[in-house]
Design a protein around this ligand. Structure first.
Ligand code: NAD
Ligand code: TYD
Length: 358
């Protein structure tokens, strides 16, 4: 069997760790080098229980995508067949309080990675099978009104420092494709949920607060809409795009499960209360409307017809079943949740919710 070395960046984070778990199980010829700086969002516990045969194909490197010398060494040592780039600062609220890290990692880090990949690809004689796959977000398209959906042709119109930094990184990736011929792929996905998500994002934060009997913060009036996708469906889409996508192309990925924030929070209250044997409605009472996020995008929705038509991808999980499974996972992984809440988490929560009347 011909082994394939693939560089994964940000594989200790939420989506990267889920992706690594999926492909190590499903692709026996893949050998992964996982480069992660282990910021507050990265956690090696996400990969600690891999079976020995899979551990042997997972090589972790503690390092930063902004470190060009390290990247050059890794490309030389492993002759990568491709790169799947997850590493990023990923949380909108943090990008509002401290935007510089988003510019440094999401824009600067992506450019450093592109340059290292380009140099190695040129040195190897420009192999046609090489892929640089950039994992991006639907937030680059900005905000929708009550109707319509983002297609791959929707003009970029980012609202937050996070989405602006991801938009800039998408532009650089596309530019390396057009200018140098680097075989790039870009995917723009909607909001993910599932196991191993850092509990600052809506779904794990609300589950955690319900369990702790704390206030459930809803920004504004809770009418903002997101198109929710189970992380394992995203991982399958990424694998299909990486293996079968046409170089130079962009693919939108979404679950077609639009929900308002208030609907999500109420549904989580119902599921957790049911599992915990609490009286119906006991957690809903703790929903607290707090001041809105500045520049808060009203609605995201994805037109995923291109990836469905060209690659035959379809989400395999219904929203209700996958949300139940997600709650089940967090209930069974409380030590994990407590473990990841180290470092600056409490301090950040205080900063984020200060003045929001929570
Ligand atoms: P995450 O915040 O959970 O994980 C990010 C990972 O990147 C962490 O392990 C962190 O340690 C690592 N990292 C950060 N800066 C780094 C650096 N300078 N060098 C090396 N590693 C670094 O993020 P996530 O939710 O898993 O998102 C992964 C990717 O998917 C991001 O690019 C994000 O923009 C994109 N995305 C996320 C969602 C979502 O709903 N979470 C949706 C669409 C797209
Ligand atoms: P989030 O999980 O931060 O993802 P994104 O901002 O990238 O979409 O937030 C999802 C939605 O939930 C968004 O509309 C903001 C809202 N939200 C709350 O109402 N309360 C919260 O405590 C958080 C974290 C988010």
């Amino acid at each position: 069997m011909q082994m394939k070395n693939i560089l994964i960046t940000g594989g200790a984070g939420f989506i990267g760790a889920n992706f690594i778990r999926v492909v190590l199980a499903e692709c026996p010829q893949w050998r992964l080098v996982n480069l992660d700086a282990l910021t507050y969002a990265g956690n090696l516990a996400n990969l600690a229980d891999l079976p020995p045969e899979q551990q042997a194909r997972h090589h972790f490197v503690h390092g930063d995508i902004r470190d060009g010398a390290l990247l050059a060494r890794l490309f030389k040592e492993h002759a990568f067949a491709g790169v799947i780039h997850f590493a990023a600062e990923s949380h909108v609220d943090r990008s509002i309080t401290a935007p510089q890290a988003f510019v440094d990692t999401n824009v600067g880090g992506t450019c450093t990675l592109l340059q290292a990949a380009l140099a190695a690809w040129q040195e190897q004689g420009r192999p046609a099978a090489f892929r640089f796959h950039h994992v991006s977000t639907d937030e680059v398209y900005g905000s929708l009104g009550p109707t319509g959906a983002f297609s791959e042709d929707t003009p970029y119109d980012p609202s937050s420092p996070y989405s602006a930094s991801k938009a800039a990184s998408d532009h650089f990736v596309r530019a390396y494709g057009r200018t140098y011929g680097l075989p790039i792929l870009i995917t723009n996905c909607s909001n993910n949920y599932g196991p191993y998500q850092f509990p600052e994002k809506l779904i794990p934060l609300i589950i955690d607060n319900i369990l702790a009997g704390q206030a459930l913060p809803v920004y504004g009036d809770g009418s903002n809409v997101r198109d929710w996708l189970y992380v394992l469906d995203h991982c399958q889409a990424l694998r299909q795009v990486f293996e079968q996508g046409r170089p130079g192309e962009t693919y939108n990925i979404g679950g077609g499960a639009e929900r308002t924030t208030l609907e999500i929070v109420r549904e989580l209250c119902r599921i957790v209360d049911g599992r915990q044997g609490r009286a119906t409605g006991s957690s809903e009472k703790r929903i607290t409307f707090v001041s809105d996020r500045p520049g808060h995008d009203f609605r995201y929705a994805i037109d995923a017809s291109k990836i469905k038509r060209e690659l035959g991808w379809q989400p395999q999980h219904s929203f209700s079943t996958a949300l139940e499974a997600t709650v089940e996972w967090y209930l069974g992984h409380q030590p994990w949740v407590e473990g990841v809440k180290s470092g600056d988490y409490r301090q950040w929560l205080e900063l984020n919710y200060a003045g929001r009347n929570c």
